[in-house]
Write a protein that binds this ligand. Sequence first.
Ligand SMILES: [Mg+2]
Length: 339
Amino acid sequence: MKLTAENMDLKLRHTFTIARSSSDYANNVLLRVRDGKHEGLGEAAPQRYYGQNQDGCRRTLERMAPFLKDPDPFDLERVLDGLAKKFPKEPSARAAVDLALHDLIGQKTGLPLWKYWGLDRAKTPQTSFTIGIDTLEKVRAKVEEAQRFPVLKIKLGVQGDMEIIKEVRKLCPKKTLRVDANCGWSVKDAIAKAKILEKLGIEFIEQPVPPGQNAKLKRIQEKIGLPLMADESSLVPEDLPPLRGCVKCINIKLVKCGGLRAALKMVHTARSCGFKIMVGCMIESSVLITAAAQLTPLVDYADLDGNILISDDPYDGVKLDKHAKLLLPDRPGLGVRAR
Ligand SMILES: [Mg+2]
């Protein structure tokens, strides 16, 4: 199999701000893996927060080429385990390879991934649409723009964030609202803010405090009525058992865990721990988003809007119905094609 990686810069429709950072572009990497007449597509979304960047990620992918020399994409376990051992800190690059191999399997068998896995695509959830941190005036405009989405995820975790969420609730009294503090609160903040959020009818609170502090999550969860969801604290399957009693839900992302195969393992681990599950994303093109969507018949919530937050998605894949429910494509593999 022959591997080619290239930089893929995606432009955001609006500057995207969360508690710790702000960006106008997502600097991702597109991967093609060719095996004879078939080509599989993958994508990496390197994250500065996890010590990754675009050029480093592309070079890592090039260094992964020897692992793909034998032409058998069905040999997922051996290839991906080998990569995990050799490149433990590069889950985003490994996810790109994992996606491309799954896509190749689909091209070779003629089956869409959800069908290959035996999933019921009628069971996909709605996706939420994310509103980044901004001035009240801009938040109002973004909420207006997001009219077609019945579920919104509001980024919080900064000073004055209760004003933001109160304003959003006023603008859309009937919508399902979720919030994500992206590690921006203390235990005290989180407990106080959760009282307000509960009154506003929020569905759940994502990642109030930084990762590596499960005891703090536990203290918060024990004091509040709303469920907590772990995101930065739940990267890989091994993170889940210690989170029992600390949160009620977990957020799985392909670029955190290393791809679809690890994500499936995470789904099953999460279920055995009794967690509700969301599949989420970074700022990503339809390659990563459509791959993640293939898992969603297995989960409770989806937050797969990375491809909607950009203005120049080079790929076409998963679609939404009028209630923002994810519609999985019929095409083989990931089901994506160039626009
Ligand atoms: Mg999050």
